[in-house]
Design a protein around this ligand. Structure first.
Ligand code: IYR
Length: 226
């Protein structure tokens, strides 16, 4: 393999994919059509799927670019029914409080087309709950805190890639965001440098699932040319 030295570090030759313009057009259109079919699904079946699939999804998510390549994330996978039940109970307690008193009327109106409420059965039903933690800092050999870089950006990108990898495997997920989320670190006994970022239940969709009839913004509403 061809290598090059930069600042005393080895760089390896990048193996680019080469496509004709016609192939690029075809591939980008096909990718868009495929990813446009991804939906957040809240009714997840209790049917299991091979754990190796999830491991590969996590490896794919973990290829995300990150600040100084620190990969500041931990994917916690919960399949243990007792832990899932604890997470559901704690999450529903916070969600109930949010829906009943913390969220504004406008916010709740905005959620009406989606139909969410404080009940979160998917937290127990889905075969796997993935709780994504951001790693705010690492500890050096003397136990000194070393901050990571662009942690929210990095973990957000990894989450997006995780969601795409789930779709690619023919499974479904949703981004569950109980607030506040610190109960997750307590239940899972996570170290002090980790903060819960997102809960992603993963599984097959239930047999007869309906999702909101959402339309996505056209290009001219999301893209400006200069
Ligand atoms: N945190 C709640 C409520 C919720 C908020 C938004 I913004 C949504 O798009 C959907 C739900 C939850 O995770 O259900």
């Amino acid at each position: 393999m061809k290598t090059k030295d930069i600042n005393g570090f080895t760089h390896v030759k990048y193996a680019a994919d080469h496509y004709t313009e016609e192939e690029m057009l075809q591939r980008s259109e096909a990718f868009y059509q495929w990813i446009d079919r991804r939906r957040s699904v809240r009714e997840i079946s209790d049917r299991s799927f091979p754990r190796q699939v999830l491991d590969q999804i996590i490896l794919a998510a973990s290829t995300a670019p990150s600040g100084a390549h620190k990969q500041p994330w931990t994917f916690c996978v919960v399949s243990n029914p007792e832990i899932k039940a604890k997470i559901r109970e704690a999450s529903e307690k916070e969600e109930r409080e949010s829906y009943e008193s913390r969220m504004s009327e406008r916010w709740k109106d905005d959620l009406k087309p989606i139909g969410t409420n404080w009940h979160k059965p998917f937290l127990e039903k889905a075969p796997y709950l993935v709780i994504l933690f951001k790693r705010v800092y690492e500890l050096d050999s003397e136990g000194k805190k070393i901050n990571n870089y662009y942690v929210n950006e990095s973990v957000g990108i990894a989450a997006g890639m995780f969601i795409s990898a789930v779709h690619h495997a023919g499974l479904v997920t949703l981004t569950h965001t109980p607030s506040p989320m610190n109960f997750l670190a307590d239940i899972l006994g996570r170290p002090a440098n980790e903060r819960a970022y997102l809960v992603l239940p993963v599984g097959y969709p239930d047999a007869d699932v309906y999702v909101p009839d959402f339309k996505r913004k056209p290009l001219d509403e999301v893209c400006v040319n200069y």
